[in-house]
Design a protein around this ligand. Structure first.
Ligand code: GDP
Ligand code: IMO
Ligand code: MG
Length: 418
């Protein structure tokens, strides 16, 4: 009887979905509480690969109920595509997918706005996924956003559509409005069987002693408040966002598992102190297949940053760490961990609040001998090469958190528990 959060503690793509899938073996419910289709969550089960965007990763396990909570922004058309894709692959979710009526909608309008602002020449490019996430959250905060429940009230739907388009200086013609309404109503009918208030459901299930997993999307360094602003996403990705996103109070969240890659990656713009713009960076990208699950963009790769990781461990209250993609470091030579930032003539140990400073810091590294052995089929910690064990232990020491799960390959089975 417990609830566990599984949260990305870097710039996203930490292999959260794999960890949700592995721990999901004992879970009853998996909840997505923020983000939208900007997420790309990969699960591999015996060579069968699933990439999920809005649907919680529990969907591949037939005994798990999947919840899309109010904090998620949902594109109804992309959601239906995702559901149909799963159906075609034989995944039956007819009685185990719930969508909260309060979730805000991502409209085509939001995708257009996202694409436009990314094309801007004003130097404001964020490198977003162009899924309309920022504009949808902005409308939600501006109180002009449409919610799932608006889809079932034609009069309100029409007037809100007119209002939201007008607020972005677009006047819809009668024909355009009619088309948008019709498309949305078709989508609404498809989604209707799944729409249900989820805060009551989740709190009742917690009372009943069910095992719940809160599946984070993105990562703490992309958090709208605590991340490398403005190069962030538009939601609360840290553990505090769970309660806001799904209506489960903080004192009902029992454990926080922070997911950390064994090295760092980032997609999109923004400073990245430990980025490797050399052969080692290329080798990590190739060995780790570091290309975005949502956009296919090459991910920027770099050494493990213990300053940034310590910051996110603190923000989230990480109890245990899942250290992933350790196998990717095989054969890269000596490995480095950033233990401080040099800024002007000082060594700083805190993640800077200002992105301008983050862009100027130079990482201070500790270097450790690497390993050459293929570790991707190991299932015992003791069987790891001594240098790999030393690397893990040093990260644990620096963060003050035990690495209880070590992932050595993308498949469920390629996991070491301690
Ligand atoms: P998420 O967004 O945090 O769920 O992560 P992604 O799915 O976007 O990216 C993680 C990538 O690494 C996916 O392609 C996974 O299949 C893969 N992966 C997960 N764990 C491991 C691992 O331990 N080793 C390797 N080599 N790949 C992994
Ligand atoms: P998962 O859940 C990695 C990044 C984008 C961009 C910034 C803002 O798979 O870890 P957005 O489209 O959210 O407005 O983009 O955030 N980003 C991610 N990077 N993994 C993700 O999700 C991401 N979702 C958004 O690349 O830099
Ligand atoms: Mg991802």
């Amino acid at each position: 009887m417990s609830s566990t959060a599984i949260l990305g503690c870097m710039w996203g793509d930490e292999a959260k979905a794999k960890i949700v899938d592995v721990l999901g073996a004992n879970a009853d419910i998996v909840v997505r509480f923020q983000g939208g289709s900007n997420a790309g969550h990969t699960i591999i089960i015996d060579n069968d690969k699933y990439i999920l965007h809005m649907v919680p990763s529990g969907i591949v396990n037939p005994k798990i109920i999947c919840v899309i909570a109010p904090g998620v922004v949902l594109n109804p058309f992309e959601m239906i595509d995702e559901m149909q894709g799963l159906k075609e692959r034989g995944v039956d979710f007819s009685n185990r997918l719930l969508i909260d009526p309060r979730a805000n909608l991502v409209l085509d309008l939001h995708k257009d706005l996202d694409c436009k602002s990314e094309q801007g020449t004003n130097g404001n490019k964020i490198g977003t996924t162009k899924r309309g996430i920022g504009p949808a959250y902005a409308d939600a905060v501006a109180r002009t956003g449409l919610k799932i429940y608006h889809l079932y009230d034609e009069v309100t739907l029409k007037s809100m559509l007119i209002q939201i388009y007008q607020s972005h200086d677009r006047n819809l013609t009668e024909t355009e409005l009619k088309e948008i309404v019709e498309e949305l109503q078709v989508a609404a009918e498809y989604l209707k069987p799944y729409v249900k208030q989820t805060p009551y459901y989740l709190n009742e299930q917690i009372k009943a002693g069910k095992e719940i997993i809160f599946e984070g999307a993105q990562g703490s360094l992309l958090d709208i408040t605590y991340g490398s602003y403005p190069y962030v996403t538009s939601s609360h990705t840290v553990s505090g966002g769970i309660s806001i996103g799904c209506g489960v109070p903080p004192n009902k969240i029992n454990k926080i598992i922070g997911v950390y890659k064994s090295y760092f990656t980032r997609v999109g713009e923004g400073p990245f102190p430990t980025e490797l713009l050399d052969k080692t960076g290329d080798q990590i990208r190739t060995q780790g297949h570091e290309f975005g699950s949502t956009t296919g963009r090459p991910r920027r790769c770099g050494w493990f940053d213990a300053v940034a990781s310590g910051y996110t461990a603190m923000l989230n209250g990480v109890d245990e760490m899942a250290l992933t993609l350790l196998d990717v470091l095989t054969g890269v030579g000596d490995v480095k961990i950033c233990t401080g930032y040099k800024y002007k003539d000082e060594i700083i140990k805190e993640f800077p609040a200002e992105v301008r400073i983050l862009a100027e810091v130079e990482p201070v590294y500790e270097e450790m001998p690497g390993w050459e052995e293929d570790i991707s089929s190991l299932t015992e910690f003791d069987a790891l090469p001594q240098n790999a064990k030393n690397y893990i232990k040093r990260i644990e020491e620096l963060l003050g958190i035990p690495a209880t799960i070590i992932s050595v390959g993308p498949d469920r089975k390629q996991t070491i528990f301690r």
